[in-house]
Design a binder for this molecule. Structure first.
Ligand code: PMP
Ligand code: GLU
Length: 406
């Protein structure tokens, strides 16, 4: 006889009082459940490339298993990998990074989590431009700090201005999370815009957490924070990873590059938590992060496909009455404004009051997964990831249009 756990309401830590589970991950889980019941869903939800991980990277993982690379590795990653990442970040930024200034993490998500843990004291503030990636605000809160959200909309291309940044600074400001290309809007800051932000931050002690995970997926010239503001190298944490560029979301490889005074303590936190990402994934990432013409071509092919799909989904959205959408310059998301679809009868008389309701309605009625703007601090919008096949984009958009036509 086995017994069952009794229902109860255990007391949880105060830190968890405000915590919202990740809406992007939650939708992914929900879609997996529906599919397991045999229901066909087209997912524009969780943002991940639909391409397989490139063959040389997979081969490296197989070889690592065969070679028994299956034991603990140093915290922060095997030295070859840290060296490869250091060279890559040096190449990207034009600033010389050494392996001691690198830590390889369990996804970029862990890198940002650890950055917040390392930097923030109770009650300190971290500026987060909205629409923001879901996890930023929660990770700031989990570190005991307060996210200071700066709202933006289409009128500034979903980018914060120097004036807005100035207005939101306070003596408690510890950091700014900068994400270009942006998830969820696809907005890409120009050199001039970054220079203006740097102008405001110069003379303050604010640390910049520069999340560059979509740097390779950019349809315009990419302006990199540290190229524009190299004098911030001693207080910038560069965050990046393998998930998006190399279609490696499940391998869980990210990294943080920055001054040793912050990255060293980040490794200490890792030494007490995850220790390091899986050894096999590290050996695969070593191939991903080592320069190779073959891989560059594979990545270029994926980016070209994303570019075409962006145009496909934008054209389809344009056909839907009541939907307007900024043209995103990077990443693989569109972030349409759907306010006009709210509070009016849709198909069969259904009425949605919020974009949260609309996302539910689209999942139930149209069998398409989209993430409501609320999750990104921007009600009135939906986020659709177009890292899907052309056929799924076309069919999903057909279902969307049909479901919202009155
Ligand atoms: N930053 C941004 C902006 C993201 O969209 C994501 C999610 N893919 C991450 C960080 C984390 O990615 P991962 O943990 O898979 O490296
Ligand atoms: N970052 C992707 C997204 O925004 C994957 C899910 C997640 O980690 O949030 O959808």
């Amino acid at each position: 006889m086995t017994s069952t756990i009794q229902q109860s309401s255990p007391r949880l830590s105060k830190r968890l009082a405000l915590l919202q589970p990740s809406a992007t991950v939650g939708l992914g889980n929900r879609i997996a459940q529906l599919r397991a019941q045999g229901i066909s869903i087209i997912s524009f939800g969780q943002g991940e490339p639909d391409f397989p991980t490139p063959a040389p990277i997979k081969a490296a993982a197989v070889a690592a298993i065969e070679a028994n690379q299956t034991r603990y590795t140093p915290t922060g990653g095997i030295m070859d990998l840290r060296r490869a990442v250091a060279e890559r970040v040096t190449q990207d930024t034009g600033i010389n990074y050494t392996p001691n200034q690198i830590s390889v993490t369990t996804g970029a998500k862990e890198a940002i989590f650890l950055a917040c843990q390392a930097l923030c004291d109770e009650g300190e503030e971290v500026i987060v431009p909205a629409p923001y990636w879901v996890s930023y605000v929660e990770q700031v809160r989990l570190a005991g700090a307060v996210p200071i959200v700066i709202e933006t909309d289409e009128t500034t291309g979903f980018k914060i201005t120097a004036e807005q940044l100035q207005e939101h600074l306070s003596p408690r400001t510890r950091g700014l999370i900068l994400n270009t290309p942006s998830n969820p809007t696809g907005a890409v800051y120009t050199e001039e815009e970054l220079a203006a932000l740097a102008g405001v931050l110069r003379g303050t002690p604010v640390v910049v957490i520069s999340d560059e995970i979509y740097d390779a997926i950019c349809y315009v010239d990419y302006a990199r924070w540290l190229r524009v503001a190299p004098d911030f190298a001693d207080r910038t944490l560069v965050i990046n990873g393998a998930s998006k560029t190399y279609a490696m979301t499940g391998w869980r490889i990210g990294y943080v590059a920055g001054p040793e005074g912050i990255v060293g303590p980040i490794r200490s936190i890792q030494s007490h938590s995850t220790t390091h990402p899986a050894s096999i994934a590290q050996h695969a990432a070593l191939v991903a992060f080592t320069p190779s013409t073959e891989l560059e071509q594979t990545v270029a092919g994926m980016v070209q496909a994303f570019h075409e799909r962006r145009d496909l989904i934008l054209a389809a959205l344009q056909e839907i009455a009541g939907v307007t959408c900024m043209v995103p310059d990077g990443a693989f998301y569109v972030f349409p404004n759907v306010n006009s679809l709210l509070n009016r009868p849709l198909k069969a008389g259904a009425v949605c009051a919020t974009t949260g309701d609309l996302a539910e309605y689209l999942l139930d009625q149209a069998r398409i997964g989209v993430v409501p703007g609320e999750a990104f601090g921007a009600p009135g919008y939906l986020r659709l990831s177009y890292a899907q096949s052309n056929a799924d984009i076309a069919e999903g958009m057909r279902r969307f249009a049909e479901a919202v036509t009155g």
